[in-house]
Design a protein around this ligand. Structure first.
Ligand SMILES: [Zn+2]
Length: 305
C-alpha cells in the first residue's frame, strides 16, 4: 500500500511537474524538506568528496567491465521534466560482493548538467572541483520486487556516478542520447530505441578507482537508500554536445525554460565515512627501475645512432 502511494505520488509529481524545482524559492532545494521530510536527514547526497579524507579499504574491489556491456531487452529515452533519462528493461545485475554489498539490477541512467552558458553542473564535487555534468546509473537491490519497493529501504539502491568533463572531442556515445533529443523536448515524452546500447559506453576506462559512501537520492523524495559509487576518472563530451544538452529540453509543458542547472549542492557529510579501494603502493619500486631503463636506452641511443 505504502509503495503504491509512493508510486502514485511520483506519477502525480511528474504529471504536474512543479512540486519541486532546482531554482531558489518556495519549491527550491532549501525548501524541499517541507514537502519531502527525508530531504532533511543527516545522510543526504550529493557530497563534496576530498580524496585526502577518504579511507583506503582493502575489501573494495574493481568493477568488472564485462557486466556493463550486456544489452538491455528494451530501452527508451525520456525527458522526466528534471533530467534526460534512459530507461532500461531487462538489464544487467551486479552480483560481485567485492564491489557492492547486495545484488543490484540496473533500471535507468540519467544526467545532471550545468545551465546554459555555465560550466559547472555535477552533483558530487571532487577535491574542490565541480564538473560540467554527472551521469547516474540507478540500480535496485534484487531482494525487492521492484525499484518502487526498494526506493525507500536502507539497502534499496546502488547508484554509480560518473563525472562528465568538457573537451574539444565529440564523444560518439553521447550522440546516442543527443541525436534523438528533440524527440523528447516536452516533459514525459518518450522515444523507444530500435538499436540498443550498453551502459559500458558511459563508464570511464578505470573502474578500480572510486569513492564509496552511504547517502540518498539527490532529488525529492530524497530517501536515504543509496550506496554511492563515484568514479574518480571522468568521461568527456565536446563543447558542442554540451550546448545541445543545455538548450534542448523544456522543463514544463507550457514552459519556455530549458532543463539545466539540474543539480543539488553538496550536503553536510555529518561524520559519514567515504572509502576507496586500497591501491597497493603503486609506484615506489617500479618507477626507479623504469627510469633506469629509460636512462640506459638513452645511452644506447647516443652510442649507436
Ligand atoms: Zn541523479
Amino acid at each position: 500500500m505504502k509503495v503504491t502511494v509512493i508510486a502514485l505520488l511520483l506519477v502525480i509529481d511528474q504529471a504536474i511537474g512543479a512540486t519541486w524545482v532546482y531554482s531558489q524559492g518556495p519549491k527550491g532545494p532549501s525548501n524541499w524538506l517541507n514537502s519531502y521530510a527525508a530531504c532533511g536527514t543527516r545522510a543526504q547526497s550529493p557530497i563534496s568528496i576530498e580524496h585526502e579524507n577518504s579511507v583506503a579499504n582493502k575489501n573494495l574491489g574493481t568493477f568488472d567491465r564485462s557486466v556493463f556491456t550486456s544489452l538491455p531487452a528494451s530501452m527508451e529515452l525520456v525527458n522526466n521534466g528534471h533530467a534526460l533519462q534512459v530507461n532500461m528493461d531487462g538489464s544487467y545485475t551486479i552480483s560481485d560482493r567485492s564491489v557492492l554489498p547486495n545484488d543490484y539490477k540496473a533500471v535507468q541512467f540519467h544526467l545532471h548538467w550545468a545551465a546554459a552558458n555555465k560550466s559547472e553542473g555535477s552533483e558530487h564535487w571532487l577535491n574542490g572541483k565541480q564538473y560540467f555534468a554527472e551521469l547516474h546509473v540507478v540500480h535496485y537491490n534484487t531482494k525487492y520486487a521492484s525499484i518502487g519497493e526498494a526506493v525507500n529501504k536502507p539497502d534499496g539502491l546502488a547508484v554509480l556516478g560518473v563525472f562528465v568533463d568538457i573537451n574539444d572531442e565529440t564523444n560518439e556515445h553521447f550522440n546516442l542520447l543527443l541525436n534523438p533529443i528533440n524527440r523528447v523536448q516536452i516533459p514525459n515524452q518518450e522515444m523507444t530505441y530500435t538499436s540498443k546500447f550498453s551502459v559500458a559506453n558511459f563508464l570511464p576506462t578505470d573502474l578500480s578507482e572510486y569513492y564509496r559512501y552511504r547517502g540518498s537520492l539527490t532529488t525529492p523524495p530524497c530517501f536515504d537508500s543509496v550506496v554511492w559509487t563515484v568514479f574518480k576518472e571522468p568521461i568527456h563530451m565536446s563543447r558542442d554536445q554540451a550546448r545541445v544538452l543545455q538548450t534542448s529540453l523544456y522543463d514544463g509543458i507550457n514552459s519556455t525554460a530549458k532543463v539545466g542547472g539540474n543539480f543539488r549542492l553538496p550536503q553536510p557529510i555529518n561524520g559519514r565515512e567515504v572509502s576507496r579501494p586500497y591501491k597497493s603502493g603503486a609506484n615506489p619500486i617500479p618507477l626507479p627501475i623504469f627510469l633506469q631503463i629509460t636512462a640506459m636506452l638513452a645511452v644506447v641511443k647516443t652510442l649507436y645512432f
